[in-house]
Write a protein that binds this ligand. Structure first.
Ligand SMILES: Nc1ncnc2c1ncn2[C@@H]1O[C@H](COP(=O)(O)OP(=O)(O)OP(=O)(O)O)[C@@H](O)[C@H]1O
Length: 763
């Protein structure tokens, strides 16, 4: 199932004028005009008579109410949530386009946004389920709420003065990204939720900017966990509602230094998100999720369940290019496929009293850094601790029951809620496991043990062995938890150093890369605004971080040539005193009457842009310059939604990734059998021995199995080598020195590969 994308055009604000409206909603041609609109139309910034159209699942016009949006888009997701599907709803758009209004909304009943309405729907359904099952199914709701501010994660249930400056760490846990040490608060009524939510929102970072008096300076993520407990099963599902911060054009915000830092972090994370979406849509093997915490947490395309993106748009001309950019992003996002997999209900340990299985740690949970995670999304590490304390005995990881206890009760209870929902094969298989009950609300992991227990080949002894292995694991886990329970005794200094270490772990080698990405991002921003000199400058600053990106180099070259040519033309004109000539074959004239954005070069803030600053008037643009512009409509289509975008900057790892031709420290390989690194001659491609040729052939095959089979390589390294090769695109590794310079390889490994082949007797 793909991400569902709907657009919402906000009404004009007080200071905005009707005549400036350029974004409109439309129904598809030939369709029923009474049908809800699904198309957003916006003029071509270079030619008002042309328009671009973008189709989405739905488009909400300026007069659409909060109720309409909720009823059509969000209410239907509630039942899926209770059927075990996770849902993710996020608002995306430029600053001041109405994301917070859509997600949170105002205080009056009519103004309430998606989040309070969603919770209201959740509680209503809770009551219905409890009533329909005469109390046999109990539903518990809890929430965590956090923000990503300047790429740091902060718990919104903690006031800013109590926060650790470095924020909460995030970790990958079985494919899911979790925030460690997040508070999870139970909230059993809408009133309770609203109280907690309002309190937490006070802690959210907002400030006044020129474009929005209450601008969100962070991405806010609300995670609502729903636990449905029957006599035999526990099913957990989660709704994530995300109010992303909006991208900002800092020339329009008049931001001060602090706001600029925030803005740069916001823009960077949104840029990375766009890169991820682009990489997914191009089916690239590397999706740069890890380059921003927001993209790691959002994990668009990696998450399961239902995903709804609400694209917020401002209707007015002052947002023209930003709106196009958002529309283009949304257009790509709608193609992303999300696996429609539900969370499986797991058997609970019926020995435990019902209430104890779903108790929640609440605000007592403390941060427990640098230790393994063992539960699901946004793991609340204190949760199991609380459970354990609630009973005298430690809770068993699982129990084995006799055949007498069949899972029919569970099957019927759950299936009555899951009518019409596709089930996975694995689940069907797991349902067949009749004899197992699992610990508390643990996810399906324990089922695997159960499946193994049911394998026909397992003897009683191996079952015993498995059980004692699981008990050992649990005891080890408990020991770890006990150890970290004493974490409060850590000194602040030690805590600080741990935080630093975690940051370093997270950052790894990303520093240079993110700096380079920042420059690319700024280049793109300048480019869409038609500021060539500053674009060039940003590309030049980015080049050292992507030295092997040929497209970047050619882009720089093309820009330099174009700027030179333009300056030459300007110089010629000023010398001859000639005014614009209509007969000039390769020039187009910006119509003075039409405020076409792209033809009028806006002044830039950058110091070296004096030449551009002088250009307050519309200027001549060469035809090729126009055609190269980011928003040119696709050829042959005046109403095409796919306008060209710059895709040339897929990230490449810095220097070490690609093969370096001349690196002093590299070993020199000689192709005679007994020579070790450090020998004299450099192998020339034409002089390679069969062994070298064979190694290079295997490497260039990009076949992970063949590469892994080379001596001393192993799965991880083979994977890294293939990633390097993919990033080299069509280029190949031509000699052993280049091979040694690949990331994670080195001279010793290459030597091992050679020795391995000799030992095999083939060479
Ligand atoms: N549908 C709407 N109806 C009425 N007013 C709206 C609507 N959408 C937005 N607004 C108003 O527009 C202004 C900006 O909205 P909002 O703060 O929600 O923008 P935002 O996209 O969240 O901005 P930022 O990214 O800076 O936080 C607010 O005054 C808000 O009340």
């Amino acid at each position: 199932m793909s991400v569902r994308v709907v657009a919402r055009i906000r009404p004009l604000l007080k200071q905005e004028l009707d005549k400036d409206t350029i974004v409109t909603a439309d129904s598809p041609e030939g369709g029923n005009n009474a049908a809800s609109p699904t198309i957003v139309r916006i003029p071509n910034p270079k030619n008002d008579t042309e328009s671009f159209s973008f189709q989405f699942s739905s488009v909400y016009e300026q007069d659409a109410t909060q109720q309409q949006l909720f009823d059509s888009e969000v209410a239907p997701t509630v039942k899926h949530l209770f059927n075990g599907f996770d849902t993710t709803i996020f608002a995306y758009g430029v600053t001041g386009t109405g994301k917070t209004h859509t997600m949170r909304g105002g205080k009056s009943m009519a103004d309430r946004g998606v989040i309070p309405r969603l919770l209201s729907g959740i509680y209503r359904r809770c009551r219905k389920i409890e009533k329909d099952t005469a109390g046999a199914t109990q539903v518990e709701v809890s929430m965590s709420y956090y923000e990503i501010y300047c790429d740091r994660v902060y718990d919104l249930f903690e006031s800013p003065d109590k926060r650790t400056p470095s924020g909460l760490p995030i970790r990958d846990n079985g494919g899911k990204t979790v925030v460690v040490g997040l508070t999870e608060k139970p909230c059993s009524t809408l009133k309770e939720f609203e109280h907690l939510y309002d309190q937490a929102n006070i802690n959210r970072s907002t400030s006044s900017t020129k474009l929005n008096a209450h601008s969100s300076r962070s991405h806010a993520i609300l995670c609502v966990k729903i636990t449905q407990t029957t006599e035999t099963t526990v099913q957990v599902s989660r709704a994530s509602a995300i109010d992303l911060a909006g991208s900002e054009d800092n020339r329009r915000t008049d931001n001060n230094k602090e706001r600029l830092v925030e803005s740069s972090a916001i823009n960077k994370s949104l840029f990375v998100l766009a890169q991820c979406v682009e990489a997914i849509s191009k089916k690239q093997s590397r999706i740069p999720y890890r380059e921003s915490k927001m993209t790691r947490i959002l994990s668009l395309g990696q998450n399961n369940g239902l995903t709804l993106m609400i694209l917020n748009l401002a209707p007015v001309r002052s947002y023209h290019l930003d709106t196009l950019s958002s529309l283009n992003f949304a257009n790509r996002t709608k193609k992303i496929e999300v696996a429609e997999v539900e969370n499986e209900a797991v058997y609970r340990n019926i020995v435990k009293p019902l209430a104890a299985t779903t108790s929640i740690g609440g605000s007592t949970i403390t941060r427990q850094p640098l230790r393994p995670l063992n539960s699901a999304h946004n793991a609340n590490l204190g949760e199991r601790e609380t459970e354990k304390k609630s009973g005298d005995k430690p809770v068993k990881a699982f129990s084995v029951y006799s055949d007498a206890r069949k899972s029919n009760a569970r099957a019927s209870a759950v299936s009555s809620q899951n009518q019409g929902i596709r089930r996975t094969e694995t689940q069907a298989r797991k349902r067949a496991a009749e004899t197992v009950s699992t610990f508390g609300s643990r996810p399906s992991k324990t089922f695997r043990s159960a499946d193994r227990l049911n394998e026909p080949g397992l003897s009683k002894a191996s079952i015993e062995a498995l059980i004692s292995q699981r008990i050992d694991e649990k005891l080890a886990e408990k020991a770890l938890q006990d150890a970290s329970a004493s974490a409060p005794a850590l000194s602040t200094e030690l805590q600080r150093r741990l935080d630093e270490l975690e940051h370093r772990i997270d950052a790894k080698e990303e520093d240079g890369k993110s700096q380079g990405l920042q420059f690319l991002m700024m280049a793109k921003q300048h480019q869409v605004r038609g500021e060539e000199i500053s674009t060039l400058r940003m590309y030049q600053l980015a080049l050292p971080y992507f030295p092997e990106n040929e497209k970047l180099k050619s882009k720089i070259q093309a820009l330099e040539d174009r700027i030179k040519a333009r300056k030459g033309a300007e110089h010629d004109r000023s010398m001859s005193g000639a005014s614009v000539s209509l007969s000039q074959p390769l020039a187009l004239i910006a119509p003075l009457t039409k405020p076409s954005v792209s033809l009028v070069q806006p002044p830039s803030l950058m110091a070296p842009l004096k030449a551009e600053k002088k250009q307050a008037k519309p200027r001549l643009l060469a035809r090729d310059e126009l055609e190269d512009e980011e928003f040119a409509p696709a050829q042959g289509s005046d109403h095409d939604e796919s306008y060209a975008s710059d895709s040339s900057f897929r990230y490449k790892k810095k220097l070490s990734r690609g093969p370096k031709k001349t690196t002093k420290k590299l070993p020199v390989f000689c192709d005679s059998a007994n020579v070790t690194s450090g020998s004299v001659s450099t192998s020339q491609p034409g002089e390679q021995t069969p062994r070298t040729t064979h190694i290079l052939k295997i490497i260039n095959s990009r076949d992970i199995n063949q590469i892994r089979a080379l001596k001393g390589v192993g799965t991880k390294r083979a994977d890294a080598i293939v990633s390097c090769l993919i990033e080299m695109e069509d280029d190949e590794v031509h000699d052993l020195e280049s091979l040694a310079s690949l990331k994670g390889v080195g001279g010793k490994i290459v030597e091992n590969m050679r020795i391995g082949l000799s030992a095999g007797g083939d060479f």
